[in-house]
Design a protein around this ligand. Structure first.
Ligand SMILES: Cc1cc2nc3c(=O)[nH]c(=O)nc-3n(C[C@H](O)[C@H](O)[C@H](O)COP(=O)(O)OP(=O)(O)OC[C@H]3O[C@@H](n4cnc5c(N)ncnc54)[C@H](O)[C@@H]3O)c2cc1C
Length: 282
């Protein structure tokens, strides 16, 4: 399971604000947390503040961090008392979302949902009367508990309307009862949907329910998003999650000369041979 962490600078710093603001406008970014005893660092992805209703003007950063029972830094972070000082480094831009992007298909595994929220936030802030970008998120988790309360928007076996959407619970006999526990990341996704109606859709896939992201789920969105006109709008597929997940979807990333590279496109996305879609592995 994971937890949401909130970081505040010890004193207000105008410099931080400018740097973070630029990162939020650019796309997907991370910061590195340092574990002081072992002198090791790990990257984590700040969450946009859609659900909190705050502007990005308070240098506060929030993170969703999964506690790996055998992981050095994530265990360390979960063991800290509230208020403990911690050193971070960054931001590091992982992937810009170009200004003319119209459609994003985000394929996320586990905590790979945090960059999906960032991509959605950056993309949708650019909404205007003439520019209505869209993001469709396919989110895979091992357990239902990881995405508790999440209701599919587009899959064929479309279940009940989301209880977040404000429909009267007594209006239909098929309404789902409000779940007793709602994953914090589902709350973030729902907040984004409410802020940008019709521009965000999410489908959930749960390993323990034998629901896996397959080719047709990718095709459903990409075929509707491909351009029929000569000038192709910019469409992106972003893949984020554990190494094996990225490898299965889009082929592994590569290491060369101490640098992580994208590596060739492979996996099921390559087999789909999509035109007009740029693929990026996070
Ligand atoms: C750009 C980026 C953004 C990220 N954003 C987030 C985020 O927002 N939230 C989040 O939760 N995570 C995020 N991560 C992942 C995060 O950086 C860490 O990798 C994760 O928290 C695990 O780190 P750790 O130090 O706890 O585990 P580690 O100590 O690195 O261990 C990870 C796992 O590997 C196993 N392992 C370690 N060494 C060995 C070995 N020699 N042989 C076999 N197994 C071994 C451990 O048992 C453990 O299960 C992000 C990663 C990147 C690259």
């Amino acid at each position: 399971m994971g937890s949401v962490f909130t970081l505040k600078p010890p004193k207000p710093d105008e410099g931080n604000h400018v740097v973070y603001d630029e990162a939020w406008r650019t796309g997907i970014w991370s910061v590195m947390f340092k574990q002081p005893q072992l002198q090791i660092g790990r990257d984590y992805t700040p969450l946009p503040s859609v659900s909190t209703g705050k502007e990005e003007d308070e240098d506060e950063l929030r993170f969703f961090i999964r506690r790996d029972p055998f992981g050095e830094v994530s265990r360390y972070l979960h063991s800290l008392d509230v208020g403990t000082p911690i050193e971070i480094r960054g931001p590091k831009i992982e992937c810009p979302v170009p200004a003319d992007t119209r459609q994003v298909l985000f394929i996320a595994g586990g905590t790979g949902i945090a960059p999906a929220l960032q991509a959605g936030y950056t993309l949708l802030r650019r909404t205007s009367s003439t520019h209505k970008p869209r993001i469709h998120i396919l989110w895979a988790n091992r357990r239902r508990d990881d995405c508790a309360g999440g209701v599919n928007d587009t899959t064929i076996a479309k279940p009940q309307r989301s209880w977040f959407s404000g429909s009267s619970p007594s209006s239909t006999s098929t309404s789902a009862p409000p779940p007793t526990h709602v994953s914090p990341m589902v709350r973030e996704l729902e907040a984004l949907k409410i802020q940008y109606p019709g521009q965000v859709t999410v489908d959930y896939y749960v390993d323990e329910e034998n629901a896996f992201i397959e080719k047709n789920a990718i095709l459903e969105f990409t075929k509707s998003g491909s351009s029929s006109s000569g000038s192709s709008p910019r469409n992106m597929i972003l893949v984020s999650g554990p190494e094996g997940f990225i490898g299965y979807m889009a082929g592994p990333k590569l290491w060369a000369q101490g640098m992580e590279l994208q590596g060739p496109l492979a996996g099921i996305i390559r087999e789909l041979d999509l035109k007009d879609w740029a693929v990026w592995k996070l």
